[in-house]
Design a protein around this ligand. Sequence first.
Ligand SMILES: *Cc1c(COP(=O)(O)O)cnc(C)c1O
Length: 358
Amino acid sequence: MEIQVNPIAPEQRRQPPTDETKLGFGKLYSDHMFTMKWTLDKGWTQAEIAGYRPLSMAPASLVLHYGQTVFEGLKAYRTESGKVNLFRPLENCRRLNRSAARLDLPQVEEELFMQALEALLKLDREWIPRSYGTSLYIRPAMVATEPYIGLKSAAEVLLFIITGPVGAYYPEGFNPVRITVCEEFTRAAPGGLGSAKTAANYAASLLAEKQAIKKGYTQVLWLDATHRKFVEEVGAMNIFFKIDGRVVTPSLESSTILSGITRDSVIKLLKNWGANVSEEKISINDVLDAQRNGRLQEIFGSGTAAVISPVGVLEYQGQEYTIADGKTGELAKSLFEELMGIQYGARPDPFGWVKTLD
Ligand SMILES: *Cc1c(COP(=O)(O)O)cnc(C)c1O
């Protein structure tokens, strides 16, 4: 299928922000967006890039009532020489398709997804900020647009991709976060939606997050829904522990954990560095035992937005534990610098993760 590219008129184009220290996250959108429609009869049609604009859909659209929707998140990075890098973008397309399959939404062809991304970035290249650490956030999403008040899988779906410039996550250097273990709520149960990037998981986390913030913490550490014992994720990030020189992260077997592309990259980098890294079930009690015996060296989260997010304080059942003296651990720092280096084209890319657009 051909993508119709209909740029807005030059005089309608907005000026991307010039002060890149004030970008923040998720407040600004670039000039153009990609849209494509799907129907059960015709499959995908009307692939188009046109001006960023509100969507119009019926109030009875299935997504608004039953949450049949999935999304993705990736970034475009500007290198020092002015090129544009994407980091493992095909993995985002594959995960979008796995999430879509779970929500009974249609599959998108990888080639078309990549073409759409490239065409969109070509048109809105000026929106990709220039300072190290800043990037253009890319948000693909699929929503069930068919108007129908009964519960069913949609026969009409919209895929769209919007983008927007985002600031450096740590403009003043690393900031270890304070996290609290949530015992009241869980984010995902076995057989549920935890391994899909779908709206319901995030809606389900909001109240817990609000309570955490009220108690003075910035993120929630999620335990498994069955036993309230095994560690799963931190906020909307995957989680890593360094204990006795070994690095462990919760395994994906339970299908309650989102398979992060940053998580996978961290594992591959660590293996490449000869580190002892494994994916296993980790109980909160094992973590705290290690902390009490002085064997817990670092905790950090991983995800596209922050890349690596070191944990300075962990709260569980009214007790606060200071991790790595509340500072950023060596490993978190090395991984952060290596991943950023690869993404911005400043370090070698031995795994072929970067796709450079010309
Ligand atoms: C997106 C996401 C992650 C991180 O995935 P990346 O591909 O590394 O950005 C982790 N956990 C949850 C719940 C997520 O939604």
